[in-house]
Structures are given as structure tokens and as C-alpha cells.
Write a protein that binds this ligand. Structure first.
Ligand SMILES: [Zn+2]
Length: 355
């Protein structure tokens, strides 16, 4: 097994402004990030998205280290190799070592591998969209008249399981890059188990809760060396609900903390993992022509300027870094942690992260 033996878990939020997070009035929304994690972290106060502030391009830029300008809705793969491909091709890492688990419906499975020559899906990550899987099951249950009650989770669960068994995964919004119609049974069982846990849980739930549970199951079953979890409850902002947006921030804050706790509790991850947490971008400023927090289209500081937190093995000494960094700097830095050969990217390695 090539590489450094180090592991990387990255949690990417959707768009959150500084105003609602790391600002004096925003701290109330992020009690875990600011209260439990900040003091043990390397915190980059000024992490910039200088590319396209749309979801697919933003995540692609983080994952490739180059500002990507492909289709906003994920119809085209990133044009330069992702961290997954570099890791797999450069070090011979297995597909089961690289995963993306995402809530965001603006992403597609093309987030897992680039269209670059000599790379591509053969070296791509497993990509799973648990929320789309759940939604598809609910829609199917309603359409076929077998469940008239959206809240009937038992039936939804049965639907999901039968759909997973059926082997037709087309249109469910997720795929596994194994080049076959059939899922690896272990992958299928892992997803089924996480969804069953979600369905049994009761209480308020959300797409990000499900994404977290699936991510955690993937860690427990496959122990990937590189896991990227993409949360998007905060994107309820597009519907104009400030309360739901803040609710999404609070959920993400708690799930980041639960992820850190899982890393501490899981012997495969404890003491050899770096957890990196960052938003994709901010959101537009209040009073802007694009309706403020609803959107993230403005070429403004509120939209481009955000933050990044690193925890774990790569953190030599907890501190706050004032120097601005760019999202394209993240990829080269994580590649170095994993022991990948240096990547040719627009970004530069962050010297504060200890390799
Ligand atoms: Zn959005």
C-alpha cells in the first residue's frame, strides 16, 4: 500500500457567509466549530473562492487544485485530475480508498473523476448521493400508490431496499465507478444499513443527517484513506428561508463535530487523520440585487471570502492564520499529506500543514 499512511477526511459545506458563521454575531450558529474545535485547529481566517461561485465548479476547484469553469450543473467532468485520481494512479490506491458522499443535488457523479487524458473514471472515487436515493424512493413509492403517507418511513425503507436489490441504479443519482451494472454487495449493504439507521432514528432529520450517516458507515466498513463529505442543508437559502438556512448551518456545525468524534473513536482513523472543513463559498451581501443570502452569484467579498479549519495529524500547533489562502491551495496540500507525488496545479501547498 503506497503513500504516507495518513488519512484525509474533508467536509465541504455549501455556501455560508462570514456574517452567519465566524463573526461576532454568527458564532451562536456554530457552537461546535467555534467552541469545541477552533482551539485545537489550524484556522485559516481568509480562504478565498476566486473561481466560479456555483456548486459543481467550486467543489471541482477544491478537488483538483485548479479553478474549474465547466458546466454549473455537473454535465461535464473537471478538466484536470482530481485528488482521487492522483492518489489512485500515483500510489496505486484502491477505489474503495476514495469516496465522495454528497447531499448536494447540483453535483453529479462526474465530481469523482476528471476528463483529463491518462486519468478519468478508471482512477475515480466511489460517489454516493444518499439524499437523492431517499428522494427517488419516496417518489417511486408515491407514484406506484404503495405509500400514501410521506412520513411512513417503514415503507420508504422497504422501497429503498427493494430498489437497491433490483439492480437498476440508473436515475437514482448515484453511481459506483466499477464499470458494471451491479453494485458491489458490500457497498449496497453499507448504504442500506445507513438508510435503515436513518429511517429508525425518528426525530427531526435532514439530507445532511443521512449523508453523515452514510459517510460514517463508509468509514466503518471500507475505512477509506480519502473521504469527502459534502453537506448542503444550508442551500435551503435558495428558497428564501433564512431560518432554514441557519438551521442548515447548525446541523452542519454539529455534524462536523460528530465527524471529529468519529475520527477519535475509530482506531483506523485516530491519530493518523487530518480533518479539513470549509464552505464552498459565501453568499451574496444583504441589499444586493441578487437577494442577499438567497444566492451566491455576486463578485463580492461576502460571496468569495470564507474560512477553512484543519484538525488532527497535520496540525502541529493550533493557531489562527491571517494570511489569505485560495481554495485551489487545498488540493496540493492534501495530496502531500497522503504522500502523493507533487501535483501540477494553480494552487500552492499550505506550509502550515505538517506532512
Ligand atoms: Zn446554492
Amino acid at each position: 500500500m503506497g503513500g504516507s499512511g495518513q488519512r484525509v477526511v474533508m467536509v465541504i459545506f455549501g455556501g455560508v457567509r462570514r456574517a452567519e458563521t465566524f463573526s461576532p454575531q454568527g458564532l451562536v450558529n456554530i457552537p461546535h466549530l467555534s467552541g469545541d474545535l477552533l482551539s485545537q485547529s489550524l484556522f485559516y481566517r481568509d480562504a478565498r473562492n476566486e473561481g466560479v461561485t456555483a456548486h459543481f465548479n467550486a467543489v471541482s476547484s477544491i478537488l483538483t487544485g485548479n479553478w474549474q469553469r465547466v458546466d454549473d450543473w455537473g454535465k461535464l467532468a473537471p478538466t484536470t485530475p482530481t485528488l482521487f485520481e492522483q492518489f489512485r494512479k500515483g500510489l496505486g490506491a484502491a477505489q474503495s480508498d476514495t469516496w465522495v458522499v454528497a447531499s448536494n443535488k447540483a453535483l453529479t457523479s462526474l465530481i469523482g473523476a476528471s476528463s483529463a487524458m491518462d486519468y478519468g473514471p478508471a482512477y475515480g472515487a466511489n460517489v454516493v448521493f444518499p439524499k437523492q436515493l431517499m428522494i427517488a424512493a419516496v417518489v417511486n413509492a408515491l407514484r406506484t400508490g404503495r405509500s400514501r403517507n410521506m412520513a411512513d418511513r417503514e415503507k420508504v425503507q422497504t422501497e429503498l431496499q427493494s430498489m437497491l436489490e433490483a439492480g437498476n441504479y440508473e436515475g437514482l443519482g448515484w453511481s459506483v465507478f466499477d464499470g458494471t451494472e451491479r453494485l458491489d454487495p458490500r457497498v449496497r449493504d453499507t448504504i442500506t444499513e445507513a438508510i435503515a439507521t436513518f429511517a429508525r432514528g425518528g426525530g427531526p432529520t435532514s439530507g445532511d443527517e443521512l449523508t453523515f450517516l452514510v459517510g460514517r458507515e463508509v468509514m466503518r466498513k471500507f475505512s477509506p484513506r480519502l473521504l469527502v463529505v459534502i453537506l448542503s442543508d444550508v442551500e435551503a437559502a435558495h428558497f428564501g428561508s433564512y431560518a432554514m438556512h441557519l438551521g442548515g448551518i447548525r446541523t452542519g456545525d454539529r455534524l462536523c463535530y460528530q465527524m471529529w468524534q468519529e475520527i477519535q473513536a475509530n482506531p483506523d482513523y485516530r491519530d493518523k487523520t487530518t480533518l479539513v472543513i470549509l464552505p464552498e463559498f459565501g453568499r451574496d451581501p444583504d441589499g444586493s440585487s441578487t437577494n442577499g443570502f438567497f444566492n451566491h452569484r455576486g463578485d463580492t467579498e461576502s460571496t468569495r471570502n470564507t474560512w477553512m479549519m484543519a484538525l488532527g495529524t497535520a496540525v502541529d500547533k493550533p493557531r489562527i492564520i491571517e494570511r489569505p489562502i485560495r481554495h485551489v491551495d487545498v488540493c496540493a496540500s492534501l495530496a502531500a499529506l497522503l504522500g502523493c507525488p507533487p501535483m501540477d496545479t494553480q494552487g500552492v501547498r499550505l506550509s502550515e500543514l505538517r506532512v
